[in-house]
Design a protein around this ligand. Structure first.
Ligand code: CP
Length: 325
């Protein structure tokens, strides 16, 4: 693997999941793989899980990790080609990225979308310029449209529950996963939902349903392997996993459409499912996006899911560090 930006960088999802589960069973199995190598974690936006899980993963592989909150501690970066830099930006990505590439063997970048201009966000300008100019492998810690390390951890979590808790009776597609939109007070990116849809669609081992109110349809580029149902109760019927997430409108880009507060998952809604396990990437707004009774109940996988972020990151970093024969 050279870069890790989306599921398209992965040859075999199941093999990567199995590698992650091997690291979960034996975290230091490859403690020499990254010896003498340095990883830079660049944050243009806040993080708890992504930052710390990737640091732990790098440490398990023997790498030195340096975190740089570039939005607060670095010079303001310019990304526009041909910019006349007489405003607030101080350093062009064309100059900064090659320097960072001299300091690090792998660079990881978190960059959220501005949610103002759909074309600009979906062009993935920031992460693609790091790839173009850094000269070292780039790992997305969440970009304008995708969150691949999260999605890998999500599939690891489903896989370990599917195998250990509820193995598929008749083989085949095995279980039903429902991605449901949830209410929120802020306009959030579509990244987690896009990415989950892309990975589960690519994994192709489950019956996958997306449910959202009218107006919150995701970009069809990511949802082509999903069944879309706008009636949440209908979608939840017999679900084995319910992935809860808010996202702002893709169609009316970055906007919140008022109403829909009744889309928050409760125990009453969960009763429609096949005693489904409930997932969320965190952070979560309790009793807005997801109810206390679900988060504090036995069906919640959110802590396990966040824990699996370490093994997802470790499997990806190991794959980048492993020389191609
Ligand atoms: N899920 C996730 O990416 O969490 P952080 O924003 O805390 O990294």
């Amino acid at each position: 693997m050279t870069n890790f930006i989306s599921v398209n960088d992965v040859d075999n999802i199941n093999a990567l999941v199995q590698q992650a589960l091997k690291y979960k069973a034996d975290p230091y199995a490859d403690k020499q793989l990254g010896a003498g190598k340095r990883i830079g974690l660049l944050f243009l936006n806040p993080s708890l899980r992504t930052r710390l899980s990737t640091q732990v993963a790098a440490s398990n592989l023997g790498m030195e990790a340096i975190v740089f909150n570039i939005d607060k501690e670095g010079w303001a970066l310019e990304f526009a080609e041909g910019a006349i830099m007489n405003g607030t930006t101080v350093e062009h990505i064309k100059d900064a990225a090659p320097v960072l590439g001299q300091y690090f063997d792998i660079l990881c970048v978190r960059t959220f979308p501005a949610l103002q201009n759909r074309s600009a966000d979906y062009a993935e300008t920031v992460i693609s310029q790091f790839i173009k100019y850094a000269g070292v492998p780039i790992v997305s810690l969440e970009s304008a449209t995708l969150h691949p390390l999260q999605s890998l951890a999500d599939i690891i979590t489903i896989q370990e529950n599917r195998v250990l808790v509820s193995p598929p009776a008749g083989g085949g597609r095995g279980c039903k996963i429902v991605l449901t939109w949830a209410p929120h007070v802020k306009a959030l990116p579509q990244c987690v939902a896009n990415s989950f849809a892309q990975w589960v669609g690519g994994w192709n081992e489950t019956n996958f349903v997306i449910t959202q109110p009218e107006g919150y349809e995701l970009d069809e580029a990511f949802t082509k392997n999903a069944t879309i149902i706008t009636n949440q109760d209908e979608a939840l019927q017999n679900a084995d996993y319910v992935y809860v997430k808010n996202w702002s409108s893709y169609k009316d880009y970055g906007k919140i459409i008022t109403g829909n507060t009744d889309w928050m998952l409760t125990n009453k809604k969960l009763a429609l499912t096949n005693d489904a396990k409930v997932m969320h990437c965190l952070p979560v707004r309790r009793n807005v996006e997801l109810s206390d009774e679900i988060l504090d109940g036995n069906n919640s996988l959110v802590t396990q899911q966040a824990g699996n972020r370490v093994w997802a990151a470790q499997a990806v970093l190991a794959s980048i560090l492993t020389p191609i024969p």
